[in-house]
Design a protein around this ligand. Structure first.
Ligand SMILES: [Mg+2]
Length: 398
């Protein structure tokens, strides 16, 4: 079956998010990465700096030499993650087959969505204009029969462009492009092929499969077919987060069981809230504890059903505390991590029943209040910290 794969890639993503946070940065040369006199590299740069030769992964000092008038920013990683999540949710309203290839680019398998969303080229146009109007960021797109060609199409359309490569025209589209446009051809291979007078992707094809096999072995055949735009790799659903965790260091080491349990309850609420905000559920819960002599122990368990419910996470953490806290020594830190994350929306569909729905409604209502008044506005009774508590609330996330 002929496939339709779209590649959507945000233009200068970190820079454009910074401009959403501070509109006065519009049109100015911006480099995200940190202290220009430090050892870091450019994480992202605006198009205004690229004409001076600045590019990502370049040392910041070099970028400052090339573009001394640029505005250097440290960056706001939580904001990037938040925008990335919003983009993913928007894309998932077109198809569940969304592969986030990085924080700001995704592949969508639009095969068979015509009846829902119309012809794929029109669907992609609409996606781009919704990203622009609802999220406020510029993006580019490529649409083709596979991921490889869709990505190259998108790269050649940047910035703020869209290119469709029709079925059967892949080889003709790629042939005139410089060979480094093909993903997988790095500087080393480029240098090697340049010695044979090769400049374009079409030049590589013209060498023929047997010559390429002689030069590169079996991967020479792969190269021959990829250069003609052949690729059957599937769009794979992936998640941006591998785990979510919160931990608390006690102001004074403690062995007071009620204090430890209240702390676990508090941490479970924080982890659960974060899962719900990302519309994820966790199948694995890990407890981390650190003794006063800094020995650190972790214990984990796997749940029967993935969850984003703080009561279930708390129950699991309490069981793990019994298993992990085996020494007769006081503790200085407790942490809870949730991992093996799955997309909550799928689970909602599969598990929908009344208790599930009413629990979800309750959780959503609590999240709304916390969103408005701060996390501590509503805590479960067992999470309350009295004045006598030794626990200090300084949870760090990871
Ligand atoms: Mg990008």
């Amino acid at each position: 079956m002929l496939r339709w794969i779209a590649h959507i890639d945000m233009d200068a993503f970190f820079v454009e998010v910074e401009r959403r946070l501070d509109p006065s940065l519009a049109g100015k040369p911006i480099i995200v990465g940190g202290d220009p006199d430090g050892r870091g590299v450019v994480a992202a740069c605006s198009y205004e700096t690229r004409r001076f030769g600045v590019h990502s992964a370049m040392p910041l000092r070099r970028a400052k030499q090339l573009c001394p008038h640029a505005i250097f920013l440290r960056g706001h990683i939580p904001a990037y993650a938040d925008y990335s999540r919003r983009i993913r949710l928007l894309l998932q309203s077109y198809t569940p087959l969304v592969e986030m290839a990085s924080v700001d680019e995704a592949y969508l398998d639009l095969t068979g969505t015509e009846r829902l969303h119309g012809p794929p080229p029109e669907a992609v146009e609409r996606i781009l204009s919704r990203i622009r109007s609802e999220i406020g960021l510029p993006a580019s797109a490529g649409l083709a029969a596979n991921k490889l060609v869709a990505k190259v199409a998108c790269d050649t359309a940047k910035p703020s462009g869209f290119r469709v490569v029709l079925h059967g025209t892949e080889a003709d589209f790629l042939a005139p492009l410089p060979m480094r446009q093909l993903p997988g051809i790095g500087p080393k291979l480029e240098a090697q092929l340049s010695r044979y007078g090769i400049a374009t992707i079409g030049d590589i094809v013209a060498l023929g499969e047997s010559t390429l096999r002689t030069l590169f072995g079996p991967s020479g055949s792969d190269l021959f077919y990829r250069c003609q735009g052949m690729d059957d790799s599937p769009v794979q659903i992936a998640y941006e987060a591998r785990s979510m965790s919160h931990e608390t260091t006690f102001e004074q080491d403690t062995g007071h069981r009620p204090t430890l349990e209240r702390t676990l309850s508090y941490l479970a609420e924080r982890v659960a809230r974060r899962l719900r905000r990302h519309r994820l559920r966790a199948r694995c819960i890990t407890l981390k504890l650190r003794y006063s002599d800094f020995q650190t122990v972790t214990r984990r368990l796997t749940l029967v059903e993935p969850t984003c419910d703080d009561r279930e996470i708390y129950a699991a953490a309490r069981r793990l505390l019994d298993r992990a806290w085996t020494r007769r020594a006081w503790l200085r830190l407790l942490g809870i991590a949730a991992s093996s994350l799955t997309d909550a929306q799928w689970q909602m569909d599969l598990l929908a029943d009344e208790t599930e729905e009413s629990r979800a409604a309750l959780a959503a209502a609590i999240d709304r209040i916390k969103g408005r008044y701060g996390f501590d506005a509503i805590l479960r009774a067992r999470s309350f910290h009295g004045d006598s508590d030794a626990a200090k609330k300084n949870p760090s996330s990871g």
